[in-house]
Ligand binder design. Sequence first.
Ligand code: SF4
Length: 334
Amino acid sequence: MTAAAAPPAAWWRPQANGQAACDLCPVGCRLRVGQVGPCGTRANHGGAMVPLHYGRIAALALDPIEKKPLYHFHPGRDILSVAAPGCNLHCAFCQNWNLSQRHDASTRPATPAHLVDAALADGSVGLAFTYSEPLVWFEFVRDAALAARAAGLKVVLVTNGYLNPGPLAELLPLVDAANIDLKAMDDRFYRRVCRARLQPVLDAITRFVAAGVHVELTNLVIPGHNDDDASLQALVDFVAGLGRPVPLHFSAYHPAWKLQAPATPRATLERAHDLARQRLDWVYLGNIVGATGRDSRCPGCEAVLVDRAGYRGVSRLTPQGACPACGVVQPFVM
Ligand code: SF4
């Protein structure tokens, strides 16, 4: 397999002094000749911006779609999941830092056509760009998404939502579903722990929803950092204000990379779940063994809509996405 030839980088401007200004994400880098962006995905080669991982992949696996996590999008199906190294955030607690933060992670060649063929052969519902940050793998994700759509496959992003409005508007028409991390409703948290800002993430979430993309949100609950009731309530209020049902996943943190706080206790997740359920119908708990809050239940009659054991979901919804007991159509994409 040879790598697909890289097209010119998108969303950058040459500067008079040989620097390259990147307009892809809110970090807003100006890279000197020879410099690699802190995301590890773009570099200034001789005054021109180059996408470093175009046609290179670091991970490829057929996963249950519940693992993304997406609980309301083709429940029970598998999705071919792919990643390149790199991320534009630097969260001290990153659970995937070996891929997101190590610029020397090994890669192998791949083309959009190869990924599409593999997805079709595997019976996958589509392609998921996940594990690291797909938004800064922009050119390859765009081209692979185009190929996937042309083959009738769905396109899924698992993302931090940290992208400027222009490139996001270019990408959104190619995206069917996204799980977006909302790490805290606290700009100080984003600055201190992730070296980023909150508002661009909130804006991106709003844009995904407005574009009609199926959206679910994940909040990694970290003891002592974002697990107090006021923080959780602010998060829930934001989700409730998005104007349509958006499933919210509270995920357990485990010590990783630079943050070695104690793992999230089950009781903390259950407190978050109970608080959120006062305003939201669709709240789930993840990354913890045997947790309640995995199944989807009808808000009206409590019937099980999707039965989940581990990452495997078994849908009991009708083909139209209605509750099998009371017949009310539920917000699932089937
Ligand atoms: S995508 Fe990378 S190079 Fe571009 S602004 Fe963001 S961090 Fe900097």
